[in-house]
Design a protein around this ligand. Structure first.
Ligand SMILES: Cc1cc2nc3c(=O)[nH]c(=O)nc-3n(C[C@H](O)[C@H](O)[C@H](O)COP(=O)(O)OP(=O)(O)OC[C@H]3O[C@@H](n4cnc5c(N)ncnc54)[C@H](O)[C@@H]3O)c2cc1C
Length: 510
């Protein structure tokens, strides 16, 4: 049926099972054939037959319901009326108060961001909205791994390169159509991209989206002992042809990295290592070609790159987020690894392992801080209970106040630490910022705990439901714990932060 211009009187006549129309925000919907299929039952549709159902609709649904598979039910627009509900188009900023960090709020200024950060933010948001979010939502539900077409698209846009943070690997690479030069890319660009990617709101998929690469390829770039080897692996991974992950944790060694038991014994001719052992919870491991692996050599820890092949087996581990992340249990059974695959110095692998932790932890903190900025303001302003908006309840406003304070405090600390990072080479960051980054991640996930708890209270039953209005909240409540454990549990990071601080305590005060 062509799109029609209709009057309220015409709509009102279509108020029976034979022809049932209703109005939502100045648009007319014919739901006659949808009565049986309506997930909320047909009775509620009959109650608003021929009427304006805008308030009833937004009290129960997300706006996306109208733009998704039900868009075809729209048959017309009311004569002389305009939509009142503001909807965000792909790439646009939210207009909900505190829906964006302060630097993206028009009335505020920030000393940290240049035009290139703003250009990157805009391009990354558009890319996420258009290409990542739809795939992420599908994969999160189906548990399927990230499709190659998306990896290819991200590779072409330079997103895979950018995931590793600033560095020479970005030089000469076209980044999201040239919005920023690889040579200029700094820690704020890194933060902006990371925060935008989290907006796909699919915690399992966030890790499925090449997180394994983001925390492991850095070890190749920094510690591969042969340039040709480094270039080959980097080219294969940045192009998306091959996948790589970080395999450190074992059943016996999680927080206590030094306790790993996987062994690598040199063959008599000194040309190979023979690797035996297991690894647990390895992100993307199920579908990876390369494993940056922590092993025990004769006098300490070492890190080697293991290629999938004879003796390597991976099995999916089911966790409380989606299997799309490809979390793996890995068995290495007499795997022959060329000695050229050693990263860094033999028996000094702890240096390789620790070197990446700061970026990984900062990246995770940055992500969870962005994801914390939830939909509660919008919902509290929309949901009617006991005849008034939730927002009209003082106790709800108190909850929102606490959540806002957590979001803003975390973002401000993150920006300050990020600024310090822009002033220091990576080696200095390890000395001066490992502690603050550890404390930031600890604080961010403690805040996320508070925010998740209050969000579920504000959304009620919907906050515990995987579809519909509260799905974002349900996902956050299930997902933030990953950030509280992975890359260092809160307790371990808190302890590290304080121990690092004690190193600079003046002796005379002790
Ligand atoms: C989904 C998922 C994906 C992961 N991806 C990867 C990956 O890609 N690569 C990889 O190598 N690893 C990965 N990990 C492992 C992750 O980094 C570890 O789970 C984490 O380091 C904690 O180790 P653990 O689970 O063995 O806990 P444990 O070390 O057993 O610690 C359990 C708890 O004890 C407490 N605790 C531990 N030590 C201390 C201490 N010193 N002081 C006070 N309290 C303490 C903490 O509360 C901690 O949560 C992943 C894990 C999961 C669940």
């Amino acid at each position: 049926m062509p799109h029609q211009i209709l009057s309220r009187e015409e709509v009102a006549k279509n108020n029976s099972e034979e022809s049932l129309w209703l109005i939502i925000d100045s648009k007319v919907y014919d739901v006659t054939d949808f009565l049986d299929a309506h997930p909320g039952g047909e009775a509620v549709l009959k109650q608003v037959a021929g009427q304006d159902a805008t308030e009833a609709f937004y009290n129960l649904h997300r706006h996306e319901v109208l733009t998704g598979k039900y868009a075809s039910l729209c048959i017309g627009t009311l004569e002389g009326e305009q939509a009142q509900v503001i909807t965000r188009q792909p790439g646009e900023l939210s207009v909900v108060p505190y829906g964006e960090p302060m630097w993206l709020t028009p009335q505020f200024r920030s000393p940290y961001y240049k035009d290139s950060h703003r250009r990157l933010q805009k391009a990354a948001r558009e890319f996420t909205d258009l290409y990542i979010t739809p795939v992420a939502q599908e994969c999160e539900k189906s548990g399927e791994y990230i499709p190659q077409h998306l990896i290819d698209r991200m590779s072409k846009a330079g997103i895979l390169h950018m995931r590793l943070g600033p560095g020479k690997h970005l030089h000469g690479v076209e980044l999201l159509g040239g919005v920023v030069k690889g040579e200029e890319f700094d820690c704020f660009h890194d933060m902006v991209l990371g925060q935008e990617l989290t907006r796909a709101n699919a915690r399992g998929f966030l890790d499925a989206n090449m997180s394994g690469m983001a925390i492991s390829l850095t070890a190749i770039l920094q510690f591969a002992n042969d340039d040709a080897f480094k270039k080959k692996i980097a080219d294969e991974c940045f192009s998306g042809r091959k996948k790589i992950c970080l395999a450190i944790t074992e059943a016996f060694a999680g927080s206590d990295v030094a306790g790993i038991r996987t062994t690598a014994e040199k063959t008599k001719d000194g040309k190979h290592y023979i690797v035996n052992g297991t690894k647990k919870w390895i992100t993307n491991g199920v579908w990876c070609d390369y494993f940056v692996t922590g092993v025990k050599t004769d006098k300490g820890l070492s890190v080697v790159l293991i290629e999938r092949g004879e003796g390597v087996e991976t099995k999916q581990i089911k966790t409380s987020y989606s299997t799309t992340a490809g979390t793996a249990f890995i068995t290495f059974d007499n795997v022959k690894v060329p000695v050229e695959n050693l990263l860094g110095v033999e028996n000094k692998g702890i240096h390789v392992i620790l070197s990446n932790f700061n970026h990984e932890r900062w990246m995770m903190a940055s992500g969870v801080i962005r994801t914390m900025r939830k939909e509660c303001m919008k919902w509290a302003n929309q949901r009617m209970v006991f005849g008034k908006k939730l927002m009209d309840q003082a106790v709800i406003r108190q909850k929102l106040a606490k959540m806002i304070a957590h979001c803003e405090a975390n973002q401000a600390w993150l920006e300050n630490i990020t600024y310090q990072m822009t002033l220091m080479p990576y080696s200095q960051q390890a000395t001066h910022l490992a502690g603050p980054i550890a404390l930031l991640k600890m604080f961010a996930t403690r805040s996320a705990h508070e925010v998740a708890d209050e969000s579920v209270q504000i959304f009620g039953g919907r906050g515990l439901t995987q579809t519909g209005m509260g799905s974002v909240i349900e996902m956050f409540n299930r997902g933030y714990k990953f950030d509280a454990i992975l890359g260092g549990a809160e307790e371990v990071l808190g302890d590290l932060g304080v121990r690092q601080a004690l190193k600079s305590m003046p002796k005379s005060m002790l």
